[in-house]
Design a protein. Structure first.
Length: 148
């Protein structure tokens, strides 16, 4: 699997602006959770501005924030998402974000030296929404192991 890495995009629709009191705890935890990702085994890269997070990227609308990262493999990302302090923030997502009936997370395999673009990630999310999980775009619930 050294020739490929796992890319992920997840999006969320804010209930209120980032500078609102409702989102204060979410914003206060961004640096800590991003640092946790960066120090996690298998972490490769994440989309960020000079401020160190991705909340300024709003290609899907002013109320929709995104997070995009690259990991060594599915297991590394799962460990970070579900078995680290990241879970304590994830448990509170209903406080801060609107419920989404469509897919809001997508995973896909990329060449090891590739960094996905925002447009590429959005295309993968749209593909997943239209076609369901496949080797091209999948989810944690329906993963597609890399076959080389």
């Amino acid at each position: 699997m050294a020739d490929f890495h796992l890319a992920q995009l997840n999006i969320a629709i804010l209930k209120e602006p980032l500078d609102s009191p409702l989102l204060a705890d979410f914003v206060a935890n961004l640096d800590r959770i991003n640092a946790l990702a960066e120090s996690s085994p298998g972490y490769i890269w994440r989309l960020q501005t000079e401020e160190g997070n991705a909340t300024a990227f709003r290609p899907l609308g002013e109320n929709t924030i995104m997070n995009m990262s690259v990991w060594k493999d599915l297991e590394s990302l799962q460990q970070y998402v579900y078995k680290s302090a990241h879970t304590e923030v994830m448990r509170r997502r209903k406080e801060w974000f609107e419920h989404m009936s469509e897919a809001f997370l997508v995973l896909w395999w990329i060449p090891y030296d590739h960094r996905p673009t925002i447009n590429e990630a959005i295309e993968k999310l749209e593909y997943l929404r239209q076609h369901g999980p496949s080797a091209s775009a999948f989810t944690f619930r329906n993963p597609f192991p890399l076959k080389v």
